[in-house]
Design a protein around this ligand. Structure first.
Ligand code: ARG
Ligand code: ZN
Length: 874
């Protein structure tokens, strides 16, 4: 049941080709799979062939054209074994029957709003036919699909279209697709249904090939695909320009479906998307939605090279494709938008999602060494921290060294299933570097901490910086070896400019990067004209916690002068965090002069014309309640945190009332709506200012309600709605009713309406959620609805999920238990909201633990939920 990295062995047989003939019917789909096997070198003649299967009905089995007799094979619960295959190559023909309509797990072949679609990563192909359903078995697929014309006029599969036609004398038709690139089964896809198609073309820069681009959506959504199509074309161009990677088939297709367990899937030539990451227009999508679409379209497209052309040897190597591809999509978005703002957003996400994972019972290395359920390892650690490791490689090797390593990787491993060792070796070979210590980032879990102390020697005008690294124990890893940590830095002089030094010793320095390798370094800078203020970890050059003993004055100085926009933001955050932590521990402990100081800084940042509005919006935002909880680390009382945060917000609003009101008016958009980064940045700043203003009594409600009523786009409308509802403002009900009336037919938009209500910080919220589960827009069958209502509550409503009476925990636990029978993957994801339960104060901690135990001890759990429950309690 437990899979271990060290147990990896290649399969006994290789697969050359797979010919699938799929006859679609809602309740009984026939799959005929003709699979050409040949023994691998070293396989003893007659070695049994063992294939994986899941919820399959075997209806036919032949070997080299002759039926197999029952004593020649064995069908287990989730295996099919051919006891003594012939020597040499052979063809196995397997006929299975499956029930797409009954497939509520949304893995394998299922139906979404009448459309047949597939999701095979990680282990879904075995729900279609018996197979070597693992990523190191690469084969060439030909897929024939047959269906009733009226049910499914569109028939799609991976690769290029080969043939299509009607079946004489019936109401059925067929299509044949051939994918010339060998691929693992998790990249297989087919789609069939009555879909609308939006098409375009792209001419590659590198060899001028014309590629047909198609986005398939439900009828009526054709007008909502423009942004996705544009993002796709920009992604294709960018990957050629920045990584030298050209698209390789004649056609690239995206299909948007409404029932999908995750964001999207990079099946070769036929990406399947959660429609949330495709459909957009100004009335229905926020600026954040647009950015999300751009990022996910790019991510899945980039997988064509980092994932499809070069795939993973086994699932332990998941970060090989995911971390790398996240890094690539982050770079793409940085080039399309503001690099500084993107970096802040990415670090925010890392700190809010990955740091708590690393600090709790579910911590695991970026490359794990064992798992019980692979679906539970599509985590922020594998994705987000995985991307940080690739970014550090680039920081350490430089732009050219990094590109040389990537080029070698594409060159050397194209068409293969590779490992992290293979990947690292390419960077070593291309740069004549030794990255063995660096590779510990993949093996050791936990967030390293850097403790910094500075010593200024006035007599010699030298600065010594002592840096000590450490890493807390994580499950299965009690002690850690030191990491290689690149610390980008600057020494800032009294005039605010970076200063020079004459010599430095104590650690390797490359340009403005200190490379830490030892548990302790004492780095001395000589020849300074005066004592500088240090700016460490610029651009968040490593995924670590930095504990420098900076006092308030130094932080204020950095907030005003650091040339690195990330560290300016970080300085403001640190000041706010110090204050908020104190306020959360000791109500009434907030000193007015400190709040005033923060308010002045924030007021200054808001109006600072040297910075783009999107960056100013980031500078204005206080750490979230969950960030404060994470930084407190123990004895967390979410109500105290919320109260402290509100007090600081109100004080800042009061301090900046006048300038914010002016800014709010000045930033009003005049022209027509545009989702571009600049316009989105202005809206973000204006909405952040509105959020502060909404705290001020009297006029606030009028302003926010007016904002709602006059909104001409979803960003404005949704923020105003949230502010009204979360402040229990007089206009809240009017806005909720209006929103519902406008969008009742658009489930994707109604998800926002659900989330706003599920995240309201009031004791009434839980009852409200129970009522909403009966609302026509809600359904336990649709993952987006569950995430919008219950996921948002569990992960995004600190005070109410963590209610002191435990009712929030119980509600989520009950939901997990009932959902587990329908969709284990979504249930397990929901349960991971408990990951920081140990950090709570004793009362809540006991209640959370009891709820978790109730789940863990329930009978008949899926391996997905069982795994999360058990590990959470360890
Ligand atoms: N490979 C997909 C992506 O990152 C996600 C697949 C998630 N699969 C899963 N079993 N959770 O684009
Ligand atoms: Zn991915």
């Amino acid at each position: 049941q437990t899979v271990r990295l060290e147990d990896y062995r290649p399969t006994a047989y290789a697969i050359g080709t797979v010919d699938l003939d799929i006859r679609l019917a809602p309740k009984a789909t026939r799959v005929n799979a003709k699979i050409a096997f040949s023994p691998r070198e070293g396989t003893a003649p007659g070695t049994a062939l063992e294939l994986a299967g899941d919820e399959l009905k075997l209806v036919g089995l032949t070997l080299n054209g002759a039926p197999l007799s029952p004593e020649d094979y064995e069908v287990g619960e989730d295996t099919l074994t051919i006891k003594t295959p012939p020597e040499g190559p052979f063809v196995l023909e397997i006929v299975t029957e499956i029930d797409p309509d009954a497939n509520s797990k949304l893995m394998g072949l299922y139906r979404s709003s009448g459309t047949y679609c597939t999701q095979c990563e990680a282990e879904g192909f075995r729900r279609i036919t018996y197979f070597y359903d693992r990523p190191d078995v690469l084969a060439v697929y030909t897929t024939r699909i047959e269906a009733r014309k009226s049910d499914a006029p569109i028939l799609l599969a991976n690769g290029n279209p080969v043939e299509a036609g009607d079946i004489e004398g019936t109401d059925r038709h067929y299509a044949v697709w051939h994918d010339p690139f060998p691929k693992p089964s998790y990249l297989f896809a087919m789609v069939a249904g009555d879909l609308a198609c939006v098409s375009d073309t792209y001419r590659t820069l590198l060899s001028g090939r014309e590629v047909e681009l198609r986005i398939y959506v439900e009828h009526g959504n054709e007008t909502r695909c423009d942004y996705a199509m544009d993002a796709l074309k920009r992604s294709m161009r960018w990957d050629e320009e920045v990584f030298g990677r050209e698209y390789d088939l004649d056609i690239f297709m995206i299909v948007a479906v409404s029932d999908f367990n995750m964001g999207a899937m990079e099946n070769k030539g036929l990406n399947v998307f959660n429609d949330k990451y495709v459909l957009a227009n100004p009335e229905t999508a926020t600026d954040q939605d647009y950015a999300g679409i751009e990022g996910v379209i790019a991510h899945e497209y980039f997988h064509n090279w980092t994932g499809d052309r070069i795939t993973c040897r086994d699932w332990f190597q998941l970060c090989l494709k995911e971390g790398l591809t996240v890094f690539r999509d982050q770079e793409f978005s940085s080039d399309m938008r503001s690099r500084a703002v993107k970096r802040i957003a990415d670090v925010r996400l890392l700190q809010s999602h990955q740091f708590p994972e690393d600090g709790g019972p579910l911590a695991h290395p970026v490359r794990p060494t064992l798992y019980r359920q692979i679906n539970n390892f599509y985590t922020a650690t594998v994705y987000e921290k995985g991307a940080e490791i690739v970014r550090m490689l680039k920081t350490l090797l430089g732009v050219e060294g990094f590109r040389a390593g990537m080029d070698l990787y594409f060159d050397r491993h194209d068409g293969e299933a590779a490992t992290i060792e293979d990947f690292i070796k390419c960077f070593e070979d291309a740069n004549e570097a030794d990255l063995s210590q660096f590779a510990r980032w993949y093996a050791q879990a936990g967030t390293p901490a850097l403790k910094v102390a500075e010593h200024w020697d006035e007599a010699s005008k030298s600065l010594r910086i002592d840096i000590e690294q450490s890493c807390q124990p994580t499950p299965g890893q009690t002690t850690k070896l030191p990491f290689t940590i690149p610390v980008r830095f600057g020494l800032i002089g009294p005039n605010g400019a970076d200063m020079e030094w004459t010599s430095a010793s104590g650690a390797e320095l490359r340009d403005d990067v200190i490379i830490l390798t030892d548990p302790r370094h004492s780095i001395t800078f000589e020849g300074l004209s005066s004592r500088p203020v240090t700016s460490l970890l610029r651009g968040f050059s490593a995924p670590v916690r930095l504990a420098d003993d900076k006092d308030r004055d130094a932080l204020v100085f950095l907030a005003r002068h650091d040339s690195d926009p990330f560290n300016r933001w970080h300085a403001v955050q640190s000041l706010a965090m110090q204050l908020l932590k104190r306020g959360a521990r000791t109500p009434g402990a907030l000193a007015t002069d400190e709040i005033q100081e923060l308010a002045s800084l924030i007021g200054e940042a808001a109006g600072d014309g040297n910075f783009e509005p999107a960056l100013r919006a980031q500078l204005l935002q206080l750490p979230a309640e969950s960030d404060i909880a994470r930084e407190l680390g123990t004895d967390v009382d979410p109500d105290a945190i919320a109260a402290a945060r509100k007090a600081v917000q109100v004080a800042i609003a009061g301090h900046c009332a006048e300038s914010f009101a002016i800014l709010y008016e000045a930033l009003a958009d005049t022209g027509p709506y545009s989702p571009d980064a600049e316009a989105a940045g202005r809206r973000a700043l204006r909405l952040t200012v509105l959020e502060y203003l909404a705290w001020i009594d009297g006029e606030a409600s009028v302003r926010t309600l007016g904002h709602y009523r006059t909104a001409n786009n979803m960003s404005d409308r949704l923020t105003a709605l949230r502010l009204l509802v979360h402040r229990a403002d007089a206009g809240a009900q009017e806005a909720l009713d209006d929103f519902e009336a406008r969008f009742a037919k658009d489930a994707l938009v109604m998800d926002k309406w659900l989330t706003v209500q599920a995240t309201a910080p009031f004791p009434e919220t839980l009852a409200r959620i129970r009522t909403l589960t009966a609302h026509p827009t809600f359904s336990y069958a649709n993952p987006n609805r569950i995430r919008a209502l219950i996921g948002a509550f569990a992960a995004g409503n600190q005070t109410q999920f963590n209610r002191p009476d435990g009712a929030g925990f119980d509600f989520v636990a009950d939901t997990v238990l009932s959902l587990d029978k329908r969709n284990p993957q979504v249930a397990a994801r929901l349960l991971s909201a408990f990951r920081s339960w140990r950090a709570l104060e004793p009362g809540r901690r006991a209640l959370a633990e009891a709820a978790l135990r109730r789940v863990a001890e329930a009978g008949g759990l899926s391996s997905d939920v069982q795994d999360i429950a058990t590990r959470s309690l360890q």
